[in-house]
Design a protein around this ligand. Sequence first.
Ligand code: G
Ligand code: G
Ligand code: MN
Ligand code: NA
Length: 245
Amino acid sequence: FKDISFISNAISEEKIEIYFQPIVNLKIGDVYGYEALARLEKNGDVIPAGAFIELINRLDLGVDLDRVVLKRVSEHADILKKVAKNLFVNVNAKSLKSESYIESLSEVKDHLKRNRINLIMELTEHALLENVEVVRFLSEEFGIRFAVDDFGTGYSSLKTVIDLADSGLIEVLKIDGELVRGITTSEKNRKIVKMIASMSKNLNTKTVAEFVENPEITALIREMGINYGQGYALGKPQPIDQLLS
Ligand code: G
Ligand code: G
Ligand code: MN
Ligand code: NA
């Protein structure tokens, strides 16, 4: 997606919609929470974040996007509280360094709390590592919780993750979808995912497997002791008005 003026207008006019994808507790079979995913609408088409997030970052609009998402999520609190108490939002590393983002957070946090909605921020390991002080502050002062997104790929610092988990700052490891998707065909993927599952158990973090696309993957991750899943086989991202039905 390359339309620069469309995207900057969408951000400045706050024309961002949120789709919500369920994160399912595989033990009980109920919805543990939802991940908020930013969407753009253009001529009746819905454009997923994957198609515009790169351009957003290039235009340095990541912080603005994350602020609009907080605002939308807060507006939907009355419906969200009826369907799940844990709300996962993706956060850009730069947002945590931005005063305006922290200000937006302080504006919505009490409203979410009143509605008994827990905010869980999804960050990459690198973003967490860069922002340890802010993360600690948001955890202690705002009661925000943290998940590592796309875990198992990229350059990881096991030591950092273990330190953060040990100090109670990381509550959830979300296993990268491409890794998870590969477990039905690749022994190597199975080994990696198994290892993450056992590491997560040792650290007392929750484990969410992403890209659970079919029943075969669901069965395999359950065998590995992974208790939470997210993916097309468990529920697609959907607009707020469809969450109640
Ligand atoms: O929704 P989709 O599968 O296309 O998401 C693609 C990527 O965009 C994912 O890596 C996701 O983390 C990211 N993303 C989705 N919504 C947001 C958002 O509100 N803020 C940020 N910073 N990233 C998002
Ligand atoms: O990086 P992050 O985990 O935030 O990315 C989430 C993205 O993955 C969302 O944009 C969502 O649309 C997409 N997604 C969710 N479930 C599945 C799935 O089962 N398969 C694939 N290929 N993508 C998925
Ligand atoms: Mn995510
Ligand atoms: Na992810």
